[in-house]
Design a binder for this molecule. Sequence first.
Ligand SMILES: C[S@@+](CC[C@H](N)C(=O)[O-])C[C@H]1O[C@@H](n2cnc3c(N)ncnc32)[C@H](O)[C@@H]1O
Length: 308
Amino acid sequence: MNHLNECHPEIYESLLENIIAYNNNGFTINEIAESLNQTKKFVSDSLNLVMESDAQYIVKKPLNIKKWEPKNFNLEATTVWSFKDRGDWATHNGKYRGNWSPYIPRNLILRYTKEGDTVLDPFLGSGTTLIETKLLKRKGIGIDINPDAIKIAEESLRFNKNYDYNPTIYNMDSRNLNIIEDNSIDLICAHPPYANIIKYSDDIEGDLSLLDIDDFLNEIAKVAKELYRVLKKDKYCAVLIGDTRRNKHMIPLGFEVMQRFLKAGFALKETIIKEQHNCQATGFWYKRSIEYNFLLIAHEYLFVFRKP
Ligand SMILES: C[S@@+](CC[C@H](N)C(=O)[O-])C[C@H]1O[C@@H](n2cnc3c(N)ncnc32)[C@H](O)[C@@H]1O
């Protein structure tokens, strides 16, 4: 690189501009290296250099994608789902707090939809569901109340694949989905906050992660009503939700949420137990569970509802 830069600065400059253009258009380091007949190291070093320098280029974060799909994927066939390796294909990663494993939306999308169908995620977070809709050629719609989540999702969706399936994202409140027509969605993949177990913002009006159990349940009932309205008849709405513990007892948040969806008109098609692998059952928490005689929660519920 130094040789090229020092001896042929104009060639290097033009190559660099090409690398940046490819990168900003969502090509991966591998793809850029192949297209420009350079090594991956050269491409990656060049991008890092420009990002660290104060040159006037705008360089988006490079996409270092190793694979586009999971290895040896098979659809889940039982009511217990467990993904030890959470899935790191495409732009998936576990950085967004409480995000779900991409194996969940992949299973739902492949089982319940076909190419070209419309999939809605009303609690988009970092965009896991929409990465899958784009990879699997479904029309994705994602909604989140937090503008920071929207930015993260947009960044993870900027890869240059299946351009026709670039999803639509809205920064809004899922309790009112007035931009979506009645009976227009083929599948809903919903992963709401589990009341205020993880807070996703400090003070965003309408953020359900700021609400304690009773208020949360009242508001999730409004979301359930909207999801029922927008879903097509005979199609499915999947909701991942976990329980919590207060003082000495379990709060069956999962079953309470399920009841709100039934009340909205849905019928229960499947109850799936999803094993939680980030449950810390060692050290401090192990000792506490023995000392105070309680079991550590290591599962969530994935309810699949049908609109009858
Ligand atoms: C559990 S996270 C979703 C994580 C997502 N499945 C992923 O893989 O990244 C829940 C999300 O719901 C969002 N949220 C909270 N209240 C909302 C509301 N009223 N409408 C839409 N989104 C909301 C939060 O900002 C948060 O990003």
